[in-house]
Design a protein around this ligand. Structure first.
Ligand code: ZN
Length: 607
């Protein structure tokens, strides 16, 4: 039962909760009020016991979590840390397994950070770690040492930690093992997430800054119930928007790209956040202070119980990929061009299993690729970080990361379902024809015929059949001080000086009017760059909106593309994406006709 009181503190209205538990004994109101006091030390035995109770209860009662009862334990990873049988406090050793061994293990999700990494497992110390204890020469970093303590407390013998279980100086081993994240996190009995830790030395355990509380004694009218309760303020942002509880927006781990799939693929997570400990499994989400949400938000498992309160938290399994990509795209990766696809490859594999006959192409899926091509840079978030917009155009091939048509080519926050998902309801003109992906030659996990290429790629050509491109000409700086385009046979179209978003054109009297020509560039172009470029609008689909006069207004949802330099394609004609634009049918005049005449459609190569 959720009970909140509203109090005036000064002039501020504050949402508060009652915490009816004393520090010494359970209170009689414990079954009525949600609130619980949180221990200051997350490594305190009583806190560990709470986590163990959560896990034990999940294992015992949740049908949606873990393998069916009676099924044998999962396959163990190639290597694990062996913590010894239950009750052990002795040295930890590295265990290298022969294929097919099974057992229960925990996995750690954490931030390496910029710290001394001499502890990591390499070709040189591997034998020492197997024969002797792993802290024989170099101390175990505190974040990992704390995870060992948690794992032992849970009576689990094995722990998987990437720094110790992947040979960090062996690229073949790295490719082989980093391609198994779906299995490693998907099969873990429990994943320990050091959410608030800035690096490996920070520690999974930490002291929490507790919210201030005010205590009062209470007694029911008949005297049956009495005790001491506490009042504490709730976070209005989280109370107002439930999604906030799941996102851990201020924790260091949330900015780390690898951590997204580690969390989403795991059945059970204990999340050591900055304020308290949280538990997430396929059945529910809960916290030390008594928050309990029936359902799971982030999941790649179709059997997960959905969060019931808001439709935004119940995307169908097709749309969940888009939701996850939006959460992933702007996260930090140390080596962007090498790892952008690898760090989400476990999730991609999982969705590949769910989508069955579908095909993965550079972060997009064949069956919905036309809609997914219409992703855009998030116009709300990114004006605030304009300094990080790329101005180098085109990106240098030396650091090839992704094709221009994939969301993975940017490091900025994106929206997969641009605009507001309307592309999915639009009448689709363009169709998929083919896609050629070039794998990383160093990746031995790729083999010919393995078309579902989830790891790093070194090239990608997408062939689509689409209406003829509509040429746009850059107009230069107008008298209104705006850069813009015009149609060769139409009226000028100016973009706003912020370079995207709402645009303007001229009415027959040469008056500037605002129209819904929404343009969103992927890069921050300068006028001097646009002046010499061949720019085209490539229509993918068309949707209808109602204009101010109550009339149907047709909008063509187009990619902005430009001819790719000849060096990219050995002289073949190819085009590079620059952004997206909506074109209004009325404004396009005669050009609109050719868009619906399919005999004029042509094959376009996007790179
Ligand atoms: Zn569960």
């Amino acid at each position: 039962m959720y009970v909140f009181f509203l109090f005036f503190f000064g002039r501020c209205l504050t949402l508060v909760q009652v915490v009816p538990v004393t520090k010494t004994a359970p209170d009689q109101l414990v079954d009525i009020f949600r609130g619980r006091l949180v221990n200051e030390d997350s490594g305190d035995p009583t806190t560990l016991s709470i986590a163990k109770d959560w896990v034990d209860s999940c294992v015992k009662h949740h049908n949606l979590c873990g393998p069916p009862r009676g099924q044998q334990p999962p396959l163990l990873p190639t290597r694990v840390l062996d913590l010894g049988p239950p009750g052990s406090t002795g040295p930890v050793k590295l265990l290298e397994l022969v294929q097919g061994q099974r057992g229960k293990y925990a996995a750690l999700s954490y931030v390496w950070g910029i710290v001394d990494t001499s502890y990591k497992m390499t070709t040189l110390n591997r034998d020492d770690y197997i024969i002797q204890k792993i802290d024989f020469k170099t101390p175990i970093p505190k974040t990992i040492a704390d995870a060992i303590e948690i794992t032992r407390f849970m009576s689990v013998q094995y722990l998987w930690v990437d720094a110790y279980c992947i040979k960090q100086d062996d690229i073949k081993d790295w490719h082989r093992e980093s391609g198994k994240m779906l299995e490693y996190y998907g099969n873990s009995h429990l994943t320990i997430t050091a959410s608030a830790s800035f690096d490996a030395n920070w520690g999974t355990f930490h002291s929490r800054i507790l919210p201030s509380t005010t205590s009062f004694d209470y007694s029911s009218i008949n005297g049956y119930r009495q005790g001491t309760a506490f009042i504490t303020a709730l976070d209005p942002a989280k109370e107002n928007r439930q999604t906030k509880n799941f996102l851990f927006e201020n924790d260091p781990i949330t900015s780390r790209a690898w951590a997204l799939q580690e969390r989403v693929l795991s059945t059970r997570n204990i999340i050591y956040s900055s304020d308290q400990m949280y538990y997430e499994c396929n059945q529910h989400f809960r916290s030390e202070d008594g928050l309990f949400i029936n359902g799971r938000y982030l999941s790649a498992n179709p059997k997960t119980k959905p969060v019931p309160l808001f439709t935004e938290l119940r995307p169908d399994i097709q749309s969940r990929w888009d939701v996850l990509v939006d959460l992933y795209a702007a996260r930090d990766i140390t080596c962007q061009f090498r790892d952008k696809f690898v760090a989400i490859s476990g999730l991609a594999k999982k969705f590949g299993q769910l989508f069955r006959s579908d095909q993965y192409y550079a972060g997009l899926w064949k069956k919905r690729i036309i809609q997914q091509l219409f992703w855009c840079i998030d116009p709300v978030v990114n004006p605030l970080v304009e300094s990080v917009w790329h101005s180098d155009w085109p990106p240098t091939p030396k650091y090839y990361k992704a094709p221009s048509w994939s969301w993975a080519c940017t490091d900025l926050q994106i929206q997969s379902r641009n605009p507001d998902g309307r592309i999915y309801a639009a009448e689709q003109y363009a169709t998929f024809d083919n896609c050629a992906i070039q794998p990383d030659p160093d990746d031995e996990t790729y083999y010919p015929g393995n078309e579902a290429l989830y790891g790093r790629i070194t090239g990608a050509e997408l062939f689509i059949i689409a209406p003829p491109k509509v040429p746009l000409r850059f107009l230069g700086t107008s008298t209104q001080g705006r850069d813009g385009f015009y149609f060769p046979d139409g009226v000028p179209l100016w973009l706003t000086d912020e370079s995207y978003n709402w645009a303007h054109t001229l009415d027959p009297n040469q008056e500037v009017i605002s129209v819904q020509y929404q343009t969103r560039f992927d890069y921050r172009f300068e006028s001097s760059q646009l002046w010499d470029m061949e720019i085209y609008a490539l229509a993918l689909g068309r949707d209808a909106t109602i204009n101010q006069d109550g009339m149907d207004s047709m909008n063509y949802l187009c990619l902005l593309v430009t001819r790719a330099s000849r060096g990219d394609q050995n002289g073949a004609e190819a085009y590079r994406r620059m952004g997206t634009i909506w074109l209004n049918e009325y404004r396009m005049k005669g050009l609109a006709i050719s868009l619906i005449d399919k005999s004029q459609y042509e094959q376009i190569t996007l790179v």
